[in-house]
Design a protein around this ligand. Structure first.
Ligand SMILES: Cc1cc2nc3c(=O)[nH]c(=O)nc-3n(C[C@H](O)[C@H](O)[C@H](O)COP(=O)(O)O)c2cc1C
Length: 198
């Protein structure tokens, strides 16, 4: 519904938001993160299950999270299994890169066994994440939605305090943007859309 300038602002935010890859060291206050995820929770959710869960790893909490990522990368063969100086240096710089990100926010749900119910929950949690990205953008907070192989590693899930069957929909890197990537135009929707009238 179009009501005055508010809608214009929402439409502009949809176009303006960018994925952020570099962050300043400044933390986002807990109240602001709560505000962002409160807006996110107005996402559509069938039967109002609101099945999203949000774990914010920050400060010392990042150590446990990043160590779990490195353990997982070693297990799944993403890191060379050697103690060469080159490998040690590579691990140290990956850890440092991840530590410099103010917040790592894991968004997950407990998956139902029924396929349709699973898709409903996955879709709803995805909508929750995009709402969070848009609300964050309005408040000057940047995010990068990441999906990585460790999300499918049951030992990783346990190491960060989840059950082996939990489904992670995104690991969000969050903070104040250091650099905002330029605007990127999308394909005209006419190339992807058709009207079926009869
Ligand atoms: C489900 C999902 C997973 C993504 N995973 C990654 C990722 O692992 N690493 C990354 O750099 N970007 C990731 N992205 C961000 C996309 O690369 C980004 O949305 C795309 O380049 C368009 O840029 P924009 O978000 O600034 O419009 C992901 C986005 C989505 C929706």
């Amino acid at each position: 519904m179009i009501i005055g300038d508010d809608v214009l602002s929402i439409l502009q935010t949809l176009k303006d938001r960018r994925s952020i890859h570099t962050f300043t060291r400044k933390e986002v206050a807990p109240e602001i993160l709560e505000q962002i995820f409160t807006y996110a929770s107005y996402a559509p959710t069938h039967y109002l299950t609101e099945s999203w869960k949000v774990d914010v790893f920050q400060r010392e909490g990042k150590t446990r999270f990043i160590d779990a990522i490195m353990d997982s990368y070693a297990r799944i063969g993403f890191l060379p299994n050697t103690h060469e100086a080159k490998t040690i240096q590579m691990i140290a710089s990956m850890k440092q890169f991840l530590h410099e990100i103010p917040h790592h926010i894991v968004i997950h749900f407990e998956p139902p066994t029924d396929k349709v119910r699973y898709e409903e929950e996955f879709a709803s949690v995805s909508a929750f994440i995009q709402n969070a990205q848009l609300a964050g953008w309005e408040l000057g907070v940047g995010m990068l939605w990441t999906i990585t192989p460790y999300m499918h590693d049951p030992y990783f899930l346990e190491e960060i305090g989840l059950s082996k069957t939990t489904k992670i929909v995104g690991v969000m890197q969050v903070g104040y943007p250091e650099k905002v990537p330029p605007f990127r135009e999308r394909t005209p929707i006419q190339e992807k859309m058709q009207f079926i009238n009869e």
